[in-house]
Design a protein around this ligand. Structure first.
Ligand SMILES: *Cc1c(COP(=O)(O)O)cnc(C)c1O
Length: 385
């Protein structure tokens, strides 16, 4: 089976992890700060907080922005459930904004219209989570403009987008948002096995997230409510979690960062080639915004179902039967039973549902060969007739 995604591990990655295993620190040593600086410098953010997953990063991002009961968090229905669940963790309510049929990201016009309505009924969101689906950045300038007009905060869920650029600058510099989150799960662009990171230019948010990722405990005398009892002293000043990243993970991350640009360039090469070899098939290949350079975590096609006699499911099953590990990103979050029970109907977000009826993620990963790509293309052609 050709997988839809796969990590790329070099000897340098292995050596980097082994070195940590033989060192004094398996956790809370020098590698995590090194990884944080490396990512922060690369993308141009002031602060970076490494954690054990993007899900954890989203959670502490929401908490640091003060999300709580009575508040609303809005995101796209076409995302992994974690982009929405972070709101529920904080006791807030979650709602969605339909997608743009071309970019598959949250539609800025739909967002503007929904905000106008929400203002009238006094239920504006506190946080909007903008998800850069497949690595293609959202229209962040517009999201930022709306955030100033309506007074909400912005988190970029850039789990798919490290190494990509928006208007010539690296995603993660948080120019148009409060916090940006990356994921380092093995299918993503670089990996630390499990892992995530939150980036911000705001010192207070960074300090808050730093506390929350480690039990709400501080050893910084400036943050303490009274003088230390002695050199052993620490204070718990908030209710946090253990969301820390290990040294082993950070060592892998540091080493993977050395090849980030090459990883993204290879994805562009593969995507460009897919665009060519699939051009004559009844599918829509991904549209790329000219203002941006996608991280290209995923290569999603949409079937032109009116031009083929097969159903979406038949095509998908045929591909799997032919050894092509296709996937579907994503099942609209609002149709998940957990969300449905909050009162959402599938028809609430028609563009998301239209996407769901046609989308298929084709395999794309660093080590993929042209031969494997041709195999995918032939299998797809076969499945469509
Ligand atoms: C993978 C992913 C996450 C969660 O990442 P983890 O590191 O696995 O917690 C969140 N949002 C999106 C869009 C993702 O693709």
């Amino acid at each position: 089976m050709i997988p839809y995604g796969k990590q790329e591990i070099s000897q340098a990655d292995i050596d980097s992890v082994l070195e940590v295993l033989q060192s004094d620190f398996l956790t809370q040593g020098p590698k995590v700060p090194e990884f944080e600086s490396k990512v922060a410098e690369h993308v141009g953010a002031k602060h970076a907080l490494a954690v054990n997953s993007a899900t954890s990063a989203l959670h502490i991002a929401c908490m640091s922005l003060g999300l709580g009961p009575g508040d609303w968090l809005w995101t796209s229905p076409i995302t992994f459930v974690a982009s929405a669940n972070c709101g529920l963790y904080c006791g807030a309510k979650v709602d969605f904004v339909d997608i743009d049929p071309k970019t598959y990201n949250m539609c800025p016009k739909a967002l503007a219209a929904k905000l106008e309505q929400a203002e009238k009924s006094a239920c504006l969101p506190k946080i909007v989570v903008a998800v850069h689906l497949c690595g293609q950045p959202c229209d962040m300038a517009e999201v930022h403009r709306l955030s100033k007009k309506y007074g909400f905060r912005v988190i970029e869920d850039a789990s798919h987008a490290i190494g990509g650029k928006y208007r010539g600058e690296f995603i993660g510099n948080s120019r148009y948002s409060d916090i940006t989150v990356f994921s380092f799960h093995p299918v993503k662009i670089i990996t630390t096995a499990e892992g995530g990171m939150a980036l911000t230019n705001d010192e207070n948010l960074a300090s808050r997230m730093n506390l929350l990722r480690s039990h709400g405990i501080t050893r910084d005398p400036r943050l303490m409510t009274r003088e230390a009892d002695g050199p052993w002293y620490y204070q718990q000043i908030d209710l946090g979690f253990n969301y820390r990243m290990t040294e082993l993970q950070a060592a892998l991350g540091v080493s993977q960062m050395n090849r980030l640009d090459a990883f993204v360039a290879r994805r562009h090469e593969l995507a460009g080639r897919y665009n060519e070899i699939l051009a004559r098939l009844p599918v829509t290949t991904p549209w790329q915004h000219p203002d941006s350079y996608s991280g290209l975590h995923l290569y999603v096609i949409r079937l032109s179902l009116n031009e083929v006699d097969k159903s979406h499911r038949e095509v998908f099953e045929s591909l799997r039967e032919q050894g092509i590990g296709v996937n579907l990103h994503y099942i609209p979050v609002h149709t998940q039973p957990y969300y449905e029970s909050m009162g959402f109907n599938a028809s609430d977000f028609p563009e998301a549902m239209a996407y769901y009826r046609e989308a298929i993620s084709l395999p794309m990963f660093h080590g993929m060969t042209y031969e494997q790509q041709d195999q995918v293309s032939s299998a797809l052609e076969f499945s469509l007739v």
